[in-house]
Design a protein around this ligand. Structure first.
Ligand SMILES: [Zn+2]
Length: 144
């Protein structure tokens, strides 16, 4: 529900491509810990989880809006989403994970730099940690 049934959104794909291009390898769309939202990129050994959050659903401070129709319902729904995000952050932190949250409006290059910094800070997953020469397949990178 957090993900609203969508995955492989354009912002996710752009970030994945950029992180891949810089030499990091990751798992896609897996839950770092049981019972919490699946992360978009997961660095299992480094214990870094990356979530690409949609500006509307996750209340980006720049672009958050609330529909006028059924306003009370939307406020409750979107507040619940944000509260669940914070609960996920707390649970992952308590389990020893680093959480990186990326807004869908962020430039992929800037977001990838934050992801790399987090992975390197954990001592693994940086360039050279898992060298791979092949590019992602065209299908896994296709734009919507
Ligand atoms: Zn935004």
């Amino acid at each position: 529900m957090q993900h609203q049934g969508r995955r492989d959104t354009a912002p996710e794909l752009a970030l994945r491509r950029e992180v891949w291009r810089r030499g990091l390898r990751y798992r896609v769309d897996v839950a770092p810990i049981r019972g919490r939202r699946r992360a978009d990129l997961v660095f299992t050994r480094a214990k870094v989880a990356v979530y690409v959050d949609g500006c509307f659903w996750h209340r980006c401070p720049v672009h958050a809006t609330t529909p006028k129709a059924n306003r009370a319902w939307w406020v409750a729904k979107l507040d619940a989403n944000a509260a669940r995000d914070r609960a996920t952050d707390r649970d992952l932190d308590a389990a020893g994970w680093t959480v990186v949250r990326v807004w869908e409006h962020e430039q992929p290059a800037a977001a990838a730099s934050r992801v790399l910094a987090a992975a390197r800070a954990r001592g693994r997953g940086g360039p050279g940690a898992a060298p791979a020469r092949s590019a992602p397949s065209a299908s896994s990178c296709a734009q919507r």
